[in-house]
Design a protein around this ligand. Structure first.
Ligand code: ZN
Length: 243
């Protein structure tokens, strides 16, 4: 099977549309998401509609939870909190029900796991970045691969059979038997690695290859909607630089 792996859509319908078209060209069989459909961008309802019509299995992100009042925003920065408040006002009732139905952890058969932050405390949405977070999440990973989001920066960690953990930033990840992997596929709707193009991945489980890809989208269109919605201007500006 070929899977399209996405994360951190963040209500950016222009980016999601470009990624969905790219995934269709890549002939993926199924699309899954590591969380944060909404928050930051100006099209939360449109993105939820598109995710539902594409049949995307999604693990809950912190913004997905915050926008329906199921996560405190005390630790959100001002722009993020303003976006959560705006989003919670525009969501339709059915959107709230849909977001509430998302689980923190999803397994796709025996093949892989989806979680937004860490497996050790998925409800706290810590970043899977430092050694201890990665090591403790590996100890809970029951599939060969876990796909994560949250940092908006593509990265892959791997655990070797001898217990060593390493990471790399290469776009093509060849999965070796016996290793376990966590792959952050980057962000569809708000990349933060200095590349403004939307990020996504294609995972071919038979070939054992994950490829992180980028696609151009209508950044100006997404920015204009953010400004028009009265969301913080910073949220529009950062899309132009991918930071
Ligand atoms: Zn996010």
């Amino acid at each position: 099977m070929r899977y399209g792996i996405i994360s951190d859509v963040h209500a950016n319908l222009e980016a999601l549309t470009a990624v969905a078209e790219a995934l269709a060209r890549s002939e993926v069989d199924r699309i899954v998401c590591a969380g944060d459909i909404v928050g930051y961008g100006a099209d939360p309802c449109g993105c939820i509609d598109r995710m539902r019509s594409l049949g995307v299995l999604t693990a809950a992100g912190n913004h997905d939870r915050a926008c329906i009042g199921r996560l405190e925003t005390a630790y959100f920065n001002d722009a993020a909190r303003a976006a959560v408040e705006w989003t919670s006002r525009v969501l339709r009732e059915e959107d709230g029900r849909y977001l509430a139905s998302l689980n923190l952890v999803e397994n796709v058969g025996e093949k892989f796991t989806l979680v937004h932050g860490t497996l050790s405390s998925p409800e706290e949405f810590d970043y899977l970045l430092d050694y201890f977070a990665v090591a403790s999440s590996f100890s809970l990973l029951t599939r060969p691969v876990g796909f994560v989001g949250h940092s908006h920066v593509p990265i892959a960690f791997y655990l070797r059979p001898d217990g060593n953990i390493a990471y790399f930033h290469k776009p093509k990840i060849i999965l070796e038997k016996g290793n376990k992997y966590f792959v952050n596929v980057g962000s569809v709707g708000q990349p933060r690695d200095g590349d403004r193009r939307a990020a996504y991945a294609v995972y071919d489980d038979e070939a054992g290859v994950v490829e992180i890809k980028r696609v151009e989208y209508d950044v100006a269109g997404a920015q204009e909607k953010i400004i028009r919605a009265g969301l913080p201007e910073f949220l529009a500006q950062r899309l132009a630089v991918g930071g």
